[in-house]
Design a protein around this ligand. Sequence first.
Ligand code: NI
Length: 139
Amino acid sequence: MKGKLIRFGVSMEDALLEKFDRLINKRGYTSRSEAIRDFVRNELVEEGMRAGDAPAFGVLSFVYDHHVRELEAKLTGFQHNHYESIVSTSHVHIDHDNCLEVIILKDKAGRINDIASKILSYKGVKHGNLSLTPAEKEP
Ligand code: NI
């Protein structure tokens, strides 16, 4: 599939860009554009796998700064709104500023993905990861 190439600008903190450049260099990319295209494709493939109706377990882990205004209240409120999908939540105080939260979810894969995406999109949630496991054995 060869489409028209469109140029767009990306703004990033210098420290983050430096790390990005080191990462793509390590992985053998010769340009930022090539790396970003691949990263976007990978995300789209992942998204496709996660959109399904199949029952699944999800383990969502993420790090956040608990000083960010209202973030803890938002995270707790959101989880209460989805209590039927959430099996358990663990909280670890990493240091003075940062918390690690691990949430175990049980629902349809697509539903778990929607919940996880929303949590990871909150301002102050620094990074996170969702791991999905089928809840039913393959026939
Ligand atoms: Ni904490």
